[in-house]
Design a protein around this ligand. Structure first.
Ligand SMILES: *Cc1c(COP(=O)(O)O)cnc(C)c1O
Length: 342
């Protein structure tokens, strides 16, 4: 595709928002059957029964990953097989037919290829890839739907938090929890997200960028920042909440842990007490959308902790540089995490 064929987007003022693109992938499957060969089609609305399982009972999962431009004009995705596997574990939890890894990878690859004109120039953002898996067949009782749809669409995106790298202010939720033991917090179930909208909106109205959730049992251990994983640094030791089933196992989280360990840091996956966090030297959150976002302050009840005098903390900065350099192939990708799209 020629460069002058690109859409009329001001790449510099992009935020994390939906933008309709050209093409989408779609496939169907009956409960107990095989997935139909997926097809690429023009981006369009779905026709769906009002009795669809997903509309009535939230039987659905989503994924989120990015395709980015590299310096040499190539296109890369970051560890897409991890998203494929996570969607499979979510499908098992929600009684949805599993999408084979190869099918998932082909679907995201094809969707990126047929929307290449929407990929921002290097460093200006990314093409956010959104796979969706849902019970699209009609069902009245609370049970798995008789038919399923797997689709992939994309949207070009800019930074998740406004202000770019500027450290964000967060508030600990004293009233709401995101997930409970035995629930669905550990998978990207669509139903996990609507209950967080009002808490997040209220926090934003008070000037915070997002909310921090504590665990639902002790109201004491930090779990997540909205839809991103949490890290703090204390005397050079990096801590992040351990995966107990209530925390979403982020690809970015796993990558940050590995990068930091390889750099020689002491990284601990453990229960992270909110009081320990308030005394930390640095805090950041990590996710595909948020990348690594530095946290400048956290309010918890009448306590406010400030980190780093409005500057991004030194270890946060090092990890951000390393992760984004690998993701954009600005340094050798020794772990084989980036996948070329061609
Ligand atoms: C998607 C998500 C994350 C981040 O996962 P990544 O794979 O790094 O994008 C963290 N927490 C929640 C609740 C999420 O939905």
């Amino acid at each position: 595709m020629l460069d002058n064929d690109g859409p009329a987007i001001d790449w510099d003022s992009m935020i994390f928002s939906y933008q309709k693109t050209d093409r989408m992938y779609i496939s169907h499957c009956k409960q107990g059957g095989e997935w139909s060969p997926g097809v690429m089609q023009d981006f369009q609305n779905l026709s769906i029964s009002p009795a669809a399982g997903v509309l009535n009972y939230g039987q659905g999962l989503f994924e989120g990953l990015k395709a980015q431009r590299t310096e040499d004009g190539g296109i890369v995705m970051f560890r897409p097989e991890r998203n494929a596997k996570r969607m499979q574990s979510g499908a098992r939890r929600l009684g949805i037919p599993v999408v084979p890894e190869e099918m998932f990878l082909n679907a995201v690859r094809q969707t990126v290829i047929e929307n290449t004109r929407w990929i921002p120039p290097m460093g200006k953002g990314a093409l956010y890839i959104r796979p969706l898996l849902m019970g699209s067949g009609a069902i009245l009782g609370v049970a798995p739907a008789p038919e399923y749809t797997f689709l992939v669409y994309v949207s070009p995106v800019g930074p998740y938090f406004k202000g770019g790298l500027k450290p964000i202010s967060l508030k600990v939720s004293d009233k709401f929890h995101r997930a409970a033991p035995g629930g669905s917090g550990g998978v990207k179930a669509i139903g996990n997200y609507a209950p967080g909208m009002v808490p997040s909106k209220d926090a934003k109205a008070q000037g915070f960028a997002e909310i921090i959730y504590l665990d639902a049992v002790h109201h004491r251990y930090v779990e997540e920042v909205g839809a991103a994983n949490f890290f703090c640094v204390n005397d050079g030791v990096i801590s992040t909440p351990e995966l107990t089933g209530t925390i979403l196992p982020g690809v970015t989280r796993a990558s940050v842990i590995e990068i930091a360990k390889d750099m020689g840091y002491d990284v601990r996956e453990e229960k992270v007490d909110v009081d320990y966090v308030l005394n930390a030297d640095e805090c950041f959150c990590a996710g595909t959308a948020a990348v690594i976002s530095s946290i400048g302050s956290i309010q918890h009840g009448d306590k406010v902790a400030n980190f780093g005098d409005g500057e991004v903390g030194p270890i946060t900065r090092i990890l951000y540089d390393e992760l984004t350099s690998i993701q954009q192939r600005r340094i050798p990708d020794e772990r084989g995490w980036t996948v070329s799209v061609e």
